[in-house]
Design a protein around this ligand. Structure first.
Ligand code: HEM
Length: 467
């Protein structure tokens, strides 16, 4: 085993970087046989088909390419558990994600490991607790109501761009505390450029290219945040920005100005496209399965009645908790169209999985997207069947990591409850106001990477509900 110092490093210090292993040390692992360019193209054009083909050809452990570096692909629930749960700290998230995220989203939580990661995450936790979520919900509800009402102005709506506009406006408001429309528009445009740049293959800031636009967008966002830090440190506010400015640990240490910039930009990235993807898939699934749409509508109307009886116009967390049927549909939507199709890591020590040794220094990627459609864990895996998540069937309990849209272990999604809350708040409003359909034969082509979305933007037809 190579010599490595695995003592937990202090905040700001990252584990040592093991050298990349020689290519010959992976020769015992079945190869996908793809050339790097072909592999990237196949991965990006249809990640699900790519993963299923690789799994069928090579089994759960294979070697291929990712961002032009050799990488080991892991496709099983057991591998998800070993890599994500990782209690012994044998994998680095920072070294796994840095090729994609380090230049545009540096020092975010996913780019930190061990004690350094624990310190940064712990300091952030209060901003994701129930009391904070309740305040975010109060702030976002009027914005949701207004957007959903406006959607109906057009009978035919491209749902994906519409919900993306809304989630970005919510993020600018709830995370950054920005209410001015002009500022929200600029922040939204910058975020769109930034996220598009993170998957650019050519990473040279040539003017006009995706990557250059992303670099400029990050600089503008960082300046926007930096200019407001002193004022936020000195004031109260319910937005995430102000909370990060006030967060202190037991020794009274707090985030530096630059850490606040990095964390905020990272969280906005982690939050908006994923939730946009999940809500879009939910809306698609309910258009294809009107019986489920009616069922969820009844649930939404019952919830609205409770709100009305208590004289509330905007929902509370307790109101949203009454909506339990939607939990199953949400889980099924995430199973079939997982927003983040792969999760990257790098092995810090030699490890073994499914009888194959993976040497220290190897980049690895787990593919929950493949496991989510594996007949090993799911009955009729291609079928949309939310009842598989009912307490009686509980297929997701067959293995703790067979369903892993939010990852797991130390890096498990910090915004999981925020996402659930936002999805329910949007659906409560949408289900009460509109019925929506797609043509019977309609099946959109999905782009799965970097974040799952229907390529055509999901055109739907809205009809106003009477009464
Ligand atoms: C349906 C929506 C979402 C999905 C599917 C999702 C998925 C994920 C996944 C798979 C990870 C783990 C990545 C890894 O292990 O390397 C993650 C991490 C993270 N997510 Fe989410 N996410 C969603 C929404 C959100 C929201 C709304 C927020 C913020 C409000 C958020 C904030 C984060 C953060 C900060 C991390 C990094 C956690 C850490 O490294 O400790 N996510 N997310």
């Amino acid at each position: 085993m190579p010599e490595l110092n695995l003592d937990p490093p202090a905040p700001g210090v990252q584990p040592k970087r093991p050298p990349r292993p020689p290519r010959a040390s992976l020769a015992h692992i079945p190869s996908t046989g793809d050339w790097p360019m072909v592999s990237e193209a196949r991965f990006l054009s249809n990640t699900l088909a790519f993963a299923q083909r690789v799994h069928a050809k090579c089994g759960p452990v294979s070697r291929g390419w990712w961002m032009f570096g050799q990488s080991v692909y892991l496709m099983s629930a057991q591998a998800n558990e070993m890599v994500l749960f990782d209690r012994a700290g044998r994998f680095s998230a920072k070294l796994g994600w840095e090729r994609v995220l380090a230049d545009l989203f540096p020092r975010g939580l996913m780019l930190r490991d061990a004690e350094d990661h624990r310190w940064h995450r712990r300091l952030m936790l209060p901003a994701f607790r129930k009391e904070a979520l309740a305040r975010y919900l109060e702030a976002m509800s009027p914005r949701i109501e207004a957007a959903v009402t406006q959607w109906g102005a057009k009978a035919d709506l491209k749902f994906y761009p519409a919900i993306k506009r809304l989630t970005l406006a919510i993020a600018a408001d709830v995370f950054l505390g920005t209410q001015l429309d002009a500022e929200i528009d600029q922040i939204s445009a910058d975020f769109t450029d930034l996220v598009a740049a993170s998957v650019a293959i050519v990473r040279i800031p040539v003017v006009g290219r995706n990557y250059a636009r992303g670099v400029n967008a990050r600089a503008r966002l960082a300046a926007f945040i930096r200019e407001r830090i002193q004022q936020r440190r000195a004031s109260d506010g319910n937005d995430l920005f102000t909370q990060l400015c006030h967060a202190r640990d037991e020794d009274d240490r707090q985030y530096s100005d630059e850490e606040i910039v990095d964390h905020l930009i990272f969280i906005m990235m982690a939050a908006h496209d994923t939730t946009t993807s999940a809500i879009t898939t939910l809306v698609y699934a309910l258009a294809k399965h009107p019986e489920w749409q009616s069922r969820l509508r009844r649930e939404a109307q019952d919830t609205a009645q409770v709100m009305q009886q208590d004289g509330r116009r905007v929902p509370t967390l307790d109101d949203l908790a009454l909506m339990t049927e939607i939990d199953k549909v949400f889980k099924e939507a995430l199973r079939l169209y997982q927003p983040l199709p792969t999760i990257a890591r790098r092995a810090l020590v030699d490890v073994e999985i499914h009888g194959k040794k993976i040497p220290a220094g190897t980049p690895v990627a787990v593919f929950p997207i493949q496991v989510h459609r594996s007949a090993e864990w799911w009955t009729e895996p291609e079928k949309f069947d939310p009842q598989r998540f009912s307490p009686e069937r509980a297929e997701h309990r067959r293995h703790a990591y067979a369903w892993a849209p939010f990852g797991g272990g130390a890096h498990m999604c910090l915004g999981l409850h925020f996402a659930e809350m936002q999805v329910k708040a949007v659906m409560l409003s949408l289900l009460r106001s509109w019925q929506w359909t797609v043509p019977a034969a309609y099946v959109p082509a999905y782009a799965y990477a970097p974040i799952a979305k229907p390529r055509d933007g999901l055109p739907i037809r809205l009809t106003q509900l009477s009464g």
